[in-house]
Each structure stands twice: as C-alpha cells, then as structure tokens.
Design a protein. Structure first.
Ligand SMILES: [Fe+2]
Length: 690
C-alpha cells in the first residue's frame, strides 16, 4: 500500500464502503471547533486494519430526527490537534445505523496518530488513538495482543483494563501495535436476568441488552433481524472498558460463531432440534458486523454509503458440493455477502493471515445426533479418537474404503459419514487463498489468526485401572473431546501442514481463541502412535470474560462420578476443587488419579503418559484474560496474562490482580528443523497448567 496512487486509493475506499481521506504532507493546526460530547457518540470511536499507509476510522453519531449528519474527521500527530495531517467529510445516516467508516491513506508507516469526529454544531466524539503498520522492510519487532470471547451479561471486562494499564506503562518500542480480536466479540445467545434468577455458574446475569424483536428458545433469546443484531453491538460498546480499548488501539477483527449463531454453519442455525435455514439472519449478522467493526472488508456491492444487503429468503439447503458448500442460491448469497478472510502485513517479521471458520465449513460431524452412540455417561466428554477420524474423513477414510459401522465397546454405530466428503472448516476457496498466501509470504513469521484452536484435546482412558468403571473404556485407544475445530479436522489440517512441511516453510504460528482457556503447543497433523512431526507453534488465549469448562465442571460435574478425579480434585477445606483436567490433557489419567489421591505433583507427573500430548506445553482450562505476541527476526514470544475469574468489575485502574503471567517462546527454526517451545512462569502460579 505504500506506493498506492490517489485514484487506486479512492477506488479501494469505495469498495470497502468507506469514505476516504488522503493525508497531507504539511501538518497544520485544527480549524474545527470541537467540544467533546460523548453522549452524542455513545459507542465511542474505533480504528481497524492498519496498513503501512493508512487505517480505517469509525464512529457512530445517531441523529434524533432521522436526517443524515455530516461529520468532519480530523487525524493529527498530537492529541491536542495542533498538527492535523488529514481531514475528511463523512455522513452518519440511518441506513448504516448511523455508523461511519473512513479509510485514511498516505499517513506513513509506523505512526501513532489521534483522531476525532465533529458534527456541524461543534459537538465532537471522544479522541481516539491509532497506529499505522510499520513499513514492509522495518526490521523492528512487532507486538500485538490477541483476545476472544467477551460476554458482559455474565462477566466483567477487567482484562481490557489490565491490557490498557500495562500498555500505558510499557516502553514505546514494547507497546502493542494492534489488537487481534478473534471473535465472540458479541454473544447472540442472551439470557435476560429473569431467565436465570439464580444466576449462571459463578455469575449473576446482568441486564445488558433486550432485543427489539428476538426469539425465545428455552431460557435464552436470539436475534432475528438486523435491528436485533445492531442492538447487541450497541449494548456491548456501552461497556466503558471495551470502548476505551477500541479508542486506544487499531483492531483486526474476525468473527467466531456467536457473531451469527451458536451452532451456526454457513447460513444454517441449530438450537438442538436440527438445522434451520437462516439466510436472512446470516445477512443481518454480516451487515451488523460490517457496520460496527472497522475493517478492510468490502460491502456486498461496493457501495460507498451503505451495506446494501442482498435479498435472500430462508430456503432449505439440501444440495452440497464436493467441498460441503450448500449450493442453495440464498445460502451462497448470504455467505457471500461478506468475505472477511484477509491478510495484513506488519514490518519485516509479521504476516497475519486471518481466516473465517464458520461461513464455509461443512457440518461438524461429532455433534450430529447420529454420533450420539459414540459417547457414554460413564466416560464423560470422551469420544474414541478412531471414531472421530472416521467421521472427519467421510468417504475418503482409509484411501476411500470407509467402514460401514464404527465399533464402540460391544456395539456398532452406523458410519453416517461414509458417503460424504471430508470435513472442511475453511471451505475450498478460502483454503486455496490461505495456502497461496502462506506459500507466498516473505515475512519471518506467518501467523494464522484462526478463531478456533488447532491443538488436539485428548486423554488416555485406555489406561484407566480395571474396576474403576463398570466396564473398560469402549474405544480402541485415545479419546478426543469432540470436534468442531482443526484439533479434529484431521484431513484438512494434514493438507495444510503437509504444504508447510513439503515447502519447508518456517516461522509458521497459529493464534486462536474460542476455547475459553489458555493453551501453548506445537501444530502437528498427528499424535502417537502415529509419527509426531510438528510444523509450527500454536497459542490459544483464555476468554476475556465468558465462562470456561472448569467453572462449568465445578457447578455441574457429579460429585460421586467414578471419573471425577480426571477433571476435578476435591480438597477438604478448599474453596474450590483443583482442575485436574489441566493435568489430564497433558499427562493422562494415571497422573490425575495419583494427584487426586495424594496431592503430590511430582508423583503424579512420574506417571505421565508421554504419548498423550507431546504437542502441549501448557493448558489452563480455567484461565481468563488475554495474550500477547512479540515477533522478531530471531524468535516469537507470547505471554498469557491471566486474571482471576472476572465475576465483578474491578474498581482499580489496573483491572485487578493477576493470577499469573506465563511466557512461551520459540526461536526461529531453519527449513527442515522442528520448532520447539520454551516456557517461563514470570509471575504468579498457573497451578496444574504449567
Ligand atoms: Fe466464546
């Protein structure tokens, strides 16, 4: 983008549905009379998708009488606007729910800048800060944060406050260049306080949003149209910590599932009673995302002033192509209404490739009702890995010879996937784009922003001592925890990792959210007894505030269950059980049984199954907070900044105490070498996680 012409720039802005501003060479003092009126810009300001030349700037200025409001945008080198380097006009109009996007170009690389919007009466937005990306040849390290899963209805945004506190005190070279938000920016599944009068797990349900229309399903509500989705974003952006964070850093955003629908895939929804076509809701979700997230993502027809939603109807989706994409025209129009996967470059060392895990994916096989016979209450959370592999590969299993049934103990479950194509998370077109970008990248680190984790979740119930359960584990060996992401999209991840290995691509790393837990490890297509051949580094951040598995286990795991020790260890007098699930995922069942009985970590680890998880360095299924990455010419370093369960808002400027800070680092490996992770506990105690 550094050498883009003015004409190219204007057509780019038009394609993004943004107004355009062109930076000037000579700074001059502001000529705008500006009085801050945050009440008139209730969702604040934001910036997004920085390049080495520019950035997208955003605000919302609702008008009382329905008439569009012309706004003046100013961008300056200083927060007092004595050195303004760009100005632009933009219009807040009801068609966009009064949101405004401006693409500002020719700002120069690696610059810290301030911006504000002002209406004709002089009423101004708060002042935002942003940063353009470093030039492509800039040799300095780049630092960024990655986050996911913020739910203000049940949790506090203390992690944002902590991130701002630390960044304000960091040396200028160590400050965050941007925030990568990997989704669940909003949760479309909303409990109103009266739905759960006794709360949810450890949480009290707060009144944050009421849908103008909404649909009630069991004890929750979901959005049904554009006004509902817009109401959700507005409500979330009224959180002061989230709003301050958006005003401090440029964001790079990708949705996860909840921006559209909990169990959604393509334009289908599933609330437990089968797939329901929801093309109109998918378009509404995309439009609200486009209006509220400042991103270099084109509106459906390149309109400058509005999203112009394609007309769609909710029609059954019955025919899927060889890559699992539903061919029903309304489905294609709905998922095609926004293409959000994209690449961003930050200096010499970082290419960020951000992918969409929901719009093109095939149906997740282990969650289908036909897979119900592959689990058992006696072995909670476990599904035989061999069954997951058969279901993932479909008709391609075993070189095209899939079995007719899948054995589970004494029973045989029909292989309902034997005539279907292998599972895809990315879909064919996006996968091709991703592999081309990966092959073509010249940056030291190729970081895959994949909202969902890629690291296998598994345990070794085949090693349970006899007599603990009424029958032995019904699977043949290891057990997975179910599917949905690249931890069990075995065929697709092998295709990607084989390209990395064959083409000797180094510096491959993946950052994810979604799991509401912190994980560090290595990407590999297979685990023992198959050959373990890592090709990259994977890091997963805990949630900002949404509840995780450990909290759910504490409330719901039966006290008398014979396998409780694999998930929780009860200690007399302790306020909470210890999360042995963190030990299970790395060391296996024998370590957990020993630890629950003796409380002796060393003895427990001596019983570790080294084949269970050679890919994992760290797992904390109970951690919340955020993670950072520092990418340099020599190494990639990541910090997990873990806070206590964010049940209530912290009253202090630091966002409250830390539980721990753990650093993982990997030196850049040479072609043909294996990546390796080193771990350092910097502060606090991660317990059984480290
Ligand atoms: Fe989430």
């Amino acid at each position: 983008m550094a050498s883009i012409s003015r004409r190219e720039f204007l057509s780019l802005a038009a394609a993004l549905g943004a107004s355009a501003a062109w930076g000037c060479l000579r700074p001059r003092p502001s000529r705008v009379t500006w009085t801050e009126r945050r009440d008139l810009y209730p969702e604040g300001v934001a910036s997004g998708d920085p390049s080495a030349d520019g950035v997208v700037l955003w605000t919302r200025r609702p008008g009382g009488d329905g008439r569009p409001i012309p706004l003046t945008l100013e961008v300056a080198e200083d927060p007092a606007f004595a050195r303004v380097v760009a100005t632009a006009r933009a219009v807040a109009a009801p068609e966009n729910d009064w949101t405004v996007r401006v693409l500002v170009g020719r700002l120069g690389p690696g610059r810290e800048l301030w911006y504000r919007f002002t209406d004709p009466g002089g009423a101004g937005s708060r002042v935002g800060r942003t940063i353009t990306a470093p030039a492509d040849d800039d040799p300095r390290a780049v630092r960024f944060a990655f986050v996911s899963c913020q739910d203000p209805t049940i949790g506090a945004m203390n992690a944002w406050r902590r991130m701002m506190y630390e960044d304000e005190r960091a040396a200028p070279d160590e400050r965050l260049a941007f925030v990568l938000h990997l989704g669940d920016f909003v949760y479309e599944v909303v409990n109103y306080p009266e739905d759960l009068p006794r709360g949810y797990l450890d949480r009290t349900v707060r009144e944050v949003v009421r849908y103008p229309r909404g649909q009630k399903i069991r004890d929750f509500h979901v959005p049904v149209d554009l006004d509902d989705y817009r109401a959700l974003y507005r409500a979330y952006l009224h959180d002061p910590d989230l709003q301050d964070a958006r005003a401090r850093w440029p964001f790079v955003c990708m949705w996860d599932n909840h921006e559209f629908s909990w169990n959604g895939w393509q334009s289908l929804q599933n609330f437990g009673a089968g797939n329901v076509p929801a093309q109109t809701r998918k378009v509404a979700a995309n439009q609200a995302w486009w209006e509220y997230q400042p991103a270099r993502v084109a509106s459906p027809n390149g309109s400058l002033d509005a999203f112009r939603a394609p007309p769609v109807a909710d029609a059954p989706i019955e025919h899927f192509d060889a890559h699992g994409l539903g061919q029903e025209p309304n489905n294609l129009a709905a998922v095609g209404s926004l293409t959000a996967y994209r690449a961003l470059r930050f200096g010499r060392h970082l290419d960020l490739l951000v992918t969409d895990q929901h719009s093109y994916r095939s149906e997740e096989p282990t969650g289908r009702p036909e897979a119900g016979g592959l689990g058992s209450r006696e072995f909670p959370n476990f599904m035989p890995q061999e069954a997951m592999e058969i279901l993932d590969a479909g008709r391609a299993f075993d070189g095209g010879r899939p079995p007719a049934t899948i054995r589970f103990g004494d029973g045989e479950v029909p292989n309902f996937r034997r005539d279907e194509p292998p599972q895809t998370v990315l879909g064919a077109a996006q996968k091709q784009w991703f592999l081309e970008r990966l092959r073509g990248s010249r940056a030291t680190w190729k970081v895959w922003g994949n909202s969902q984790g890629v690291l296998d979740f598994r345990a070794d119930p085949q090693h349970l001592p006899p007599g603990l359960t009424s029958r032995p584990w019904p699977g043949a060996g290891y057990a997975g925890f179910g599917g949905g992401d690249h931890s069990s999209a075995y065929v697709e991840r092998a295709e990607i990792y084989d390209v990395v290995a064959r083409e000797r691509i180094t510096g491959f790393a993946c950052v994810s959210g979604d799991r509401h837990s912190f994980w560090a490890g290595l990407m590999a297509k297979a685990l023992p007894p198959a050959a373990f051949e890592p090709v990259g580094v994977a890091l997963i951040t805990g949630s900002i505030s949404a509840a995780g598995l450990v909290e759910a286990f504490e409330h719901r795991f039966p006290k008398q269950h014979p396998l409780r020790a694999l998930f929780l260890a009860d200690r007399p007098g302790a306020p909470r059980p210890e999360p042995t699930v963190n030990m299970l995922l790395r060391h296996g069942v024998r370590s957990c049984l020993e630890y629950a009985a003796s409380g002796d970590r060393a003895r427990a680890r001596a019983l570790s199954d080294p084949d269970n998880a050679p890919h994992l360095a760290f797992v904390d299924m109970g951690g919340h907070g955020y993670a950072t990455v520092r990418a340099s010419g020599e190494a990639i370093e990541s910090e997990f900044v873990c806070i206590p369960r964010p049940v209530t808002r912290s009253e202090t400027s630091d966002g409250g105490p830390l539980r721990y800070r753990v650093r993982h680092s990997a030196a850049l490996w040479k072609p043909g070498e294996r990546p390796a992770l080193a771990q350092q506990v910097v502060e606090g105690d991660p317990g059984l996680g480290a």
